[in-house]
Design a protein around this ligand. Structure first.
Ligand code: ZN
Ligand code: ZN
Length: 358
């Protein structure tokens, strides 16, 4: 008799029959293992949550007082005979791959992950397994990220050039993960750093977990400390979520330069559609070489693809001689889904010479 699958797809989410629990379920269930705090993976309404220790602050802030059990990386518990442990996914603070061991099989459900080390969470750690469940958000050959050092140098140069011209620099980026990655990397000597009210609670969660972030300032009513002057703001870097674009909150920054940070900035037309001066290619998901490297490092002979460019990824896996299939899931795309291309992307869509020449 063939061994039973450790994870199957159910209408509520990815389900472990042997342990009777779910991984990142999208409908309310009794027991949920949560890979990370992004809203499409960590939803309200479950009876019991198991997550990494560093996800605790974000999950409580987002979900309120829930029944939450926290583990360290590598720490294992046994639930109904299934050994469960969490391992770094390198995606955002507290992000974890879930390793399941039962009946002589090892499965790993990776949630979202990236291989680049950005200094704000432990880097992705390959875990040997028989079956690997992977995302494929950027599972197309055109997606290749700059290194963290290249990315940070580009942002610093843009900010410094604007500051030299007396213009505020507004960078739109997702509030959980990307904003802290920018903060951790940029040079705070260039000018003051202002954050939107949606960003600061996440900064606090990172600082509480021991991640070094430079001082950040708030503006507007109720902001602590002395108000920033127009002179201060003319040299400032402002980090705001995409939803702040076009809101009255922006008016205080005058004739600012703006930019958008997303993996989708690698696709032609994204920057223009978003109506910003500059696009930075920055993602907290694995790029195409990263997905390939991650799959290879697990040694898995069977791979199951969840969200993203599923057919392309499955075809590539089959070409490698692996047993590949997909699970239908309801994970969204926190990587600024509203700028993601609506139609399938081809190599000819690669953004080239699109930004300003300066
Ligand atoms: Zn995520
Ligand atoms: Zn996801």
């Amino acid at each position: 008799m063939p061994a039973l699958d450790l994870v199957v797809a159910r209408p509520e989410g990815l389900y472990c029959p042997a342990g009777d629990f779910y991984i990142d379920p999208w409908r309310p269930v009794d027991r949920a293992v949560i890979t990370h705090g992004h809203s499409d993976h960590a939803r309200v309404g479950h009876g019991h949550y198991l997550a990494h220790r560093d996800s605790g602050g974000v999950l409580r802030a987002r979900l309120g007082e829930v029944n939450l059990q926290l583990l360290d990386y590598g720490e294992a518990i046994v639930h109904q005979g299934v050994r469960v442990s969490l391992h770094p996914a390198g995606h955002v603070l507290g992000s974890a791959q879930v390793r399941l061991e039962h009946g002589g099989q090892v499965w790993v459900a990776s949630g979202d992950y990236k291989l680049q080390d950005d200094g704000t969470c432990p880097p992705f750690e390959p875990v040997r397994c028989d079956t690997f469940i992977t995302e494929s958000t950027f599972g197309l050959p055109i997606y290749r990220w700059p290194t963290q050092a290249e990315l940070v140098a580009e942002i610093d140069a843009w900010w410094a050039a604007n500051a030299a011209q007396g213009r505020c620099s507004v960078l739109f980026c997702y509030a959980f993960g990307k904003a802290q990655r920018v903060l951790h990397g940029v040079d705070p000597a260039i000018g003051p750093i202002v954050v939107h009210g949606a960003v600061e609670p996440l900064n606090e969660a990172y600082r509480a977990a021991g991640v070094a972030l430079p001082p950040t300032r708030r503006v507007g009513e109720g902001a602590p400390g002395p108000a920033l002057t127009a002179q201060d703001l003319s040299r400032a870097l402002v980090l705001a979520p995409p939803s702040a674009q076009g809101t009255p909150w922006m008016r205080r920054f005058g004739a600012y330069a703006d930019a958008f940070a997303s993996g989708w900035m690698q696709v032609r037309g994204t920057r223009r559609r978003r109506g910003v001066d500059r696009g930075f290619v920055m993602s907290d998901h694995a790029d195409w070489p990263g997905l390939q490297e991650a799959v290879g490092a697990t040694g898995a002979q069977r791979v199951i693809v969840t969200h993203g460019n599923v057919p392309v990824m499955v075809r590539w896996l089959c070409e490698q001689g692996l047993d590949a299939q997909s699970f239908h899931t309801e994970y969204g795309d926190e990587d600024v889904g509203d700028v993601a291309p609506a139609a399938p992307v081809a190599a000819s869509d690669l953004a080239v010479d699109e930004g300003p020449t300066a």
